[in-house]
Design a protein around this ligand. Sequence first.
Ligand SMILES: NC(=O)c1ccc[n+]([C@@H]2O[C@H](COP(=O)([O-])OP(=O)(O)OC[C@H]3O[C@@H](n4cnc5c(N)ncnc54)[C@H](O)[C@@H]3O)[C@@H](O)[C@H]2O)c1
Length: 318
Amino acid sequence: MSRVLVTGGAGFIGSHLVEHLLDQGHSILVVDDLSTGLQHQVPDHPDVELVPATVDQWLANEPVESFHEAYHLAASVGVRKVVEDPFGTIINNVVETAGLLRFLAKSSTPTVLASTSEVYGVGQGRPFRETDDSVYGPTTVARWSYAHSKAVDEHLAFALEQQLPSVVIRFFNTVGPRQRGEWGMVLPRFVRAALDGSTIEVHGDGRQKRCFADVRDVVGALPQLLRTVEARGMPVNLGHDQPISILELAELVRDVLESKSSIKVTPYDEVWGHGFQDLQERIPDLTRVRTLASLPPTRPLAETIRDLAEAIRTEARL
Ligand SMILES: NC(=O)c1ccc[n+]([C@@H]2O[C@H](COP(=O)([O-])OP(=O)(O)OC[C@H]3O[C@@H](n4cnc5c(N)ncnc54)[C@H](O)[C@@H]3O)[C@@H](O)[C@H]2O)c1
């Protein structure tokens, strides 16, 4: 049985990945400081071990184990977290990643690095292609600290290419059961409001478009890409490519959950302060991933909304 490392495995995407790797017959070590992840999201299984620590703390104990594969998902994520603590975001996402990649390079462990569509910045191409330039807003706008931190992570992985076989995954908006809304993620915020019957708050003008992929449709691509030699040493977009406006998403949530919630549109400046920048449209070009991995048929967004609502109800009962 091969041993696999998953950092951030108690989090939203990480916990689904751990389940997938467990189904494939791996033994898994999860390193997660439980800052946004939850212990009970790590499967209670003899082949899964959780180290409740930061990546740095775990590395400080000089682990002697080597791994067949590694998936690095631990990071500071979420607009609210980033805007409130850009310094902590950069340190967490860059310094800890540098230490981990250096450690994994010693044993040439094939590694997936979780990156983000945010590295495209304000956006040059439509849809975004992996070969596009990255153009960011000014460094005085805190939200770009996340994009910069993840872009530096990508550079670190590519700089170690000779020692560390890696695949960089640029996740686009990923949604589904276990995602939490506290740090600004749009779908869990909307679903929670619809379940409570409170106002669904749309930030911005509501006309900005995003593509939402169900986490259960995308995690299977990670081991596939890692085991595909042609995917190594380059970024790969991962997500869904059918856009929906955020206002339409709010209406869909309300309809699917048969909620009586009203919908309120609030400009970004009122929510995030003056100067917040956002993109009108964020759509991935999925040509590369489609040539490298086989993706399952896309789950309808209504099904994801229903399953997320059920997970939120269950979590409230725990
Ligand atoms: N969800 C999305 O739509 C999305 C989009 C783009 C990129 N990503 C990337 O995917 C990865 C997973 O994101 P997610 O949505 O599951 O978020 P998440 O917050 O649920 O997962 C992050 C996990 O990392 C843990 N963590 C944070 N810092 C840590 C540290 N220093 N040491 C150990 N554990 C630490 C948290 O406790 C959490 O369990 C992240 O790298 C994120 O940047 C996610």
